[in-house]
Design a protein around this ligand. Structure first.
Ligand SMILES: Cc1ncc(COP(=O)(O)O)c(C=O)c1O
Length: 390
């Protein structure tokens, strides 16, 4: 049976492949330290689990939820956005619930991209930012980013012919996989660029709460006029340690929200009401949970980057996310180095090429294991004489 073109055109999903290799190592009895996927290990707040259990006991919550989200959920989202990011959201028309932000970003792409359309994607990127375009039959245009420009794309080099055919620009800061943040001036430039060329601006704000040294990232919707063209995707996966719960939301321009709702009504039935109730409890917490999550990731980051730097690397500490972007030593490409490290140490990393071609030459570590396991990973690398020579 021949798969549809949209599937055949997709590059291999490296994380699915990595899962297989990990399972093989574990079957061989290896003590695997998994720093591969950005799969948070910090448990959700107990208040949220209590709210989940309570809501699960109400039979009414077992029924299909409303497509767009319960009014209380949407109001809680609007309050959270006001409190955390200083942005004004109309809960009625400017919010939609998502079964995780990945689902939302990809379905949003399907709602707007026609075959032949371009999208603009700073690379290296979270794969859903370019794979959604390929699924829609469009062409993601890579805007290469480097450490030299703090992983911000240079919008001035986008030629008019490309801008004219571009439907969406995808931004996401703090950014996966490099951990960079975007300053307000860059967001202002991006909003002006997208308005000038009538391009939809998607901001994936998955790491909104994972930032360090008090340098808080901003919402794209805090830029004046952004709501004319922008939609922002949020998730409880990283903020509240709820990746398996599949809970997210989008906020922003009401027309864009309406199109996302429209496509989703044809695909799913919205977010489990019980999970919505638990998320409402998360949004209203004022017990310093997110401060503790940040402090935990910051300690892990410091231990890991200091450890690598003592082995020959010269890595700057990332400003946000739970990732460290690591140059590959000479003699390996990113996939070979990932396999080498897994084979010699049982430590799982992600090859940079999974984040687009410009990710070649790097691997990503996700700091989703306790500090002692991160120290253990470094010790194993040291013992295996894995150092940086380039
Ligand atoms: C940039 C970015 N957006 C979205 C997601 C997925 O989030 P969710 O669990 O809400 O689907 C991830 C997960 O790693 C991510 O890195």
């Amino acid at each position: 049976m021949e798969e549809a073109q949209r599937l055949l055109k997709l590059p291999i999903y490296v994380f699915a492949q990595l899962d297989k290799l990990k399972a093989e190592q574990a079957a061989k009895g290896a003590d695997v330290i998994d720093l591969g996927m950005g799969n948070p290990d910090i448990p959700p707040p107990p208040e949220v689990i209590e709210a989940l259990i309570k809501a699960a006991g109400n039979p009414e919550n077992n029924r299909y939820p409303s497509f767009e989200g319960a009014p209380e959920f949407k109001t809680a989202v609007a309050e959270w956005c006001k409190r955390q990011y200083g942005i004004k959201i109309d809960p009625e028309n400017e919010v939609v619930t998502l079964i995780g932000s990945k689902e939302g970003v990809v379905h949003f792409t399907l709602a707007y991209v026609n075959p032949g359309d371009f999208t603009l994607v700073p690379m290296p990127a979270y794969p859903a930012h370019f794979r959604g375009t390929i699924l829609a039959g469009g062409e993601p245009i890579a805007l290469p980013t480097t450490e030299h420009r703090n992983y911000l794309p240079d919008l001035k080099i986008i030629v008019p012919g490309i801008a004219a055919k571009a439907k969406i620009m995808f931004l996401s800061y703090p950014t996966n996989p490099t951990g960079a943040l975007a300053p307000r001036e860059f967001f202002e430039e991006a909003v002006a660029f997208c308005k000038k060329h009538q391009i939809i601006l998607v901001h994936d704000f998955a790491y909104a709460e994972i930032y360090f040294e008090g340098k808080k990232p901003i919402s794209i919707l805090s830029i004046p006029g952004a709501k004319d063209i922008a939609i922002e995707f949020h998730t409880t996966s990283k903020t509240f340690g709820m990746p398996g719960w599949r809970c997210g939301f989008a906020v922003g321009n009401r027309e864009l929200i309406e199109s996302l709702r429209k496509i989703k009504t044809n695909l799913d039935y919205g977010l489990f009401t019980t999970v919505q109730k638990a998320a409402i409890a998360a949004f209203s917490l004022k017990n310093g949970y997110t401060d503790r999550v940040r402090a935990t990731y910051q300690r892990r980051r410091d231990v890991f980057v200091d450890g690598l730097n003592s082995m020959g690397w010269k890595i700057k500490k990332p400003a946000g996310t739970m990732y460290v972007w690591i140059p590959v030593p000479q003699g390996f490409d990113s996939t070979e180095f990932t396999m080498h490290v897994l084979d010699k140490t049982g430590v799982v990393l992600s090859p940079g090429v999974a984040f687009g071609d410009v990710g070649e030459g790097y691997v990503r570590a996700a700091l989703v294991a306790p500090e002692e396991r991160i120290i253990e990973a470094l010790d194993r690398m040291k013992k295996a004489k894995i150092t940086f020579n380039g």
